[in-house]
Write a protein that binds this ligand. Sequence first.
Ligand code: APR
Length: 237
Amino acid sequence: MPVHMNDERGIMILTGAGISAESGLATFRGPGGLWEGHRVEDVCTPEALAADPALVHRFYDLRRDALNDVTPNAAHEALARLDAAWAGELLIVTQNVDDLHERAGAKRLLHMHGELRSALCASCDERAPWPDPLPPGTSCAACGAPAMRPDIVFFGEMPYQMEAIEAALSRCDLFVSIGTSGAVYPAAGFVQLARRYGAETLELNLEPSAGSDWFDDSRFGPASVLVPAWVDALLAA
Ligand code: APR
């Protein structure tokens, strides 16, 4: 079923690693998804951080360094264009910890799984920019505890901004999922929530995902092609 929007209704967009793949950042579950032989599920956990903080910090230091070598692609740019042009409600919720959406110019954006360029104090929740590698045990500027950690939501931790996300899901008329495998909850369940709240649902992904059956319309191909085409059609409608 084609999605037509002839007025400026509410749109919620969920993005995953697939939108950054063509910028050169590896996805989690595709080729290159392993890191030094570890599955992300074994590195990105509170238990791993407690047991081997140097390993976990190194994982994120390498990923943050990789941001210097990549730029937003046509899909990030198209979403930023839509954000700037759309008079109705719009929210981009990304599972990605890279900064390519904001570098493309997106403003109405939430990072539900955290950000590579941010550090979080595990003791007082203070945040600080994290431009350079920091050794485990770095002190918090606010409370002094030697507890700065990557500002990343690990497996087993609750994603950020869930109240704002649920509010947007409950109000949106169109829910769009881009470049995510649908393997990790709660994001994987947003399509079901959006449907229950009455939204139309559209998936743009390289291949069928775990949740494809939930979508009214699924289009398969590279994000750099599908997303600009969808945005152009929406803005022209
Ligand atoms: N264009 C569109 N989709 C693509 C492209 C592309 N060029 N390349 C890959 N994809 C699709 C893949 O087919 C896959 O369905 O993107 C999806 C990426 O899936 P994952 O690697 O599982 O990434 P994601 O869904 O974002 O992972 C969710 O898991 O490890 C955690 O916290 C991490 O946020 C992450 C979460």
